[in-house]
Design a protein around this ligand. Structure first.
Ligand code: SF4
Ligand code: SF4
Length: 373
């Protein structure tokens, strides 16, 4: 296992960390899939990772990750506390709320979290989080009181991550990226404001969906060139643990086109079985091409359509998460499709480094959903 600096915290973290979603038990609507091991088994899996050199474990409160927080607490009791770094998070945006949640997490874990993140920060809650008396102020106070080690912001949005990077109260930033959705990683690599912050990367496997078209070694090796501190891998079985942590991976560079070509092959089984499109849908096999969006989030739509999310769900849909992605795809797609058809400015395309013709891609998604009903 290799280790990297965690920003300016003075900590060194394993290059690969343990994401605890897959060890949870219960009924929690979350990706990736989870395996519901009992506590003893979950602890044994985390210990195995520890023996391979993993020292970073990430979890969230029970409403988000089921009983994973308790299980992590049980694991920590079995090792030297100073040899592991525990990161925790909660989706609360007001100062009082997150303060209360941190105290509850300390009880559930039986120890103080080394890092606490405000989870899922986006444009709708960022002003509250970063504002006076918001969640970030509370985490900063908790750090001064010694109840947590460091403060963090976790988000899927570059605008939020950049705001966190320029805020001196923030120590660590958590965001997502992988060999397909690499646009944010490319931006972080170029932007000086992120230097000095610890960067935790999640969704390296795209919630498991890129496993198949790519091997684990390719997915991990393909992100190693980026300047993160620790890449989280969701682990729920001994086998997954061994695959992820038992050896060092070599960095691999994939051109974006190579990634798309692989995805195309991953899409084939689905469109081969879909030879009779719904009458009048107008859909052709070309409708199942991957959308070559790298999720850089430079596209801004004056109508507020979050097109990169639609593109992501489309690709996830075609990689076999129909039930999960279709529901999200359906949200606002008709409205987006209508607006794109009537849109003159098409300002979303101005900064698109992948030169996507956005209305055409939206049309494809719309057709796909029409065809699937
Ligand atoms: S084409 Fe116009 S309406 Fe459609 S996403 Fe782009 S800016 Fe928005
Ligand atoms: S559509 Fe283009 S600008 Fe928008 S996230 Fe994708 S690659 Fe980036």
């Amino acid at each position: 296992m290799r280790y990297r600096k965690l920003g300016n915290t003075g900590l060194k973290v394993s290059e690969l960390g343990f994401g605890t979603i897959p060890i949870l038990s219960g009924q929690v609507p979350v990706l990736p899939e989870y395996f519901s091991p009992d506590t003893d088994t979950a602890v044994a899996i985390m210990r195995k990772a520890y023996e391979f050199g993993c020292n970073f474990y990430d979890t969230a409160i029970p409403e988000e990750y089921g009983d994973a927080e308790y299980k992590l607490g049980e694991f920590v009791k079995t090792v030297d506390r100073n040899s592991v770094i525990i990161s925790d998070k909660a989706r609360f945006y007001g100062g009082g709320d997150i303060y209360r949640e941190v105290l509850r997490s300390i009880e559930n874990l039986g120890t103080k979290p080394d890092i606490y993140f405000v989870h899922q920060v986006d444009d709708s809650n960022a002003d509250e989080v970063f504002g006076r008396g918001g969640a970030l102020d509370a985490l900063y106070d908790l750090k001064k009181e010694g109840k947590i080690g460091f403060t963090g912001i976790a988000s899927h949005y570059y605008t939020v991550m950049y705001r966190a990077a320029t805020d001196p109260r923030v120590d660590i930033i958590q965001g997502s990226g992988n060999i397909l959705e690499r646009g944010m990683l490319d931006r972080i690599r170029k932007e000086a404001a992120f230097r000095g912050k610890g960067i935790i990367l999640n969704k390296v496997y795209a919630a498991g969906l890129l496993i198949g078209p790519f091997t684990i070694a390719e997915l991990i090796g393909g992100v190693l060139e980026y300047p993160f501190s620790c890449a989280l891998l969701g682990i729920g079985t001994f086998e997954q643990c061994e695959m992820a942590f038992s050896r060092e991976f070599d960095p691999i560079h994939f051109e974006f086109e190579e990634v798309l070509e692989r995805l195309r092959k991953g899409f084939e089984p689905l469109y081969k079985g879909f030879e009779t499109p719904k009458k009048g849908s107008g859909i052709s096999h070309k409708g199942f091409e991957p959308i070559g969006c790298d999720r850089c989030e430079k596209c801004v739509c004056p109508y507020g359509h979050e097109i990169h999310t639609s593109f992501r769900q489309y690709n996830y849909f075609n990689l076999g998460k129909e039930y999960w992605a279709a529901g999200k795809l359906k949200m606002n797609i008709e409205e987006t499709w209508q607006d794109c058809r009537n849109c003159d400015e098409k300002s979303c395309m101005t900064e698109c480094g992948r030169h996507l013709y956005v209305p055409g891609e939206i049309e494809r998604i719309y057709e796909l959903l029409q065809a699937f009903g």
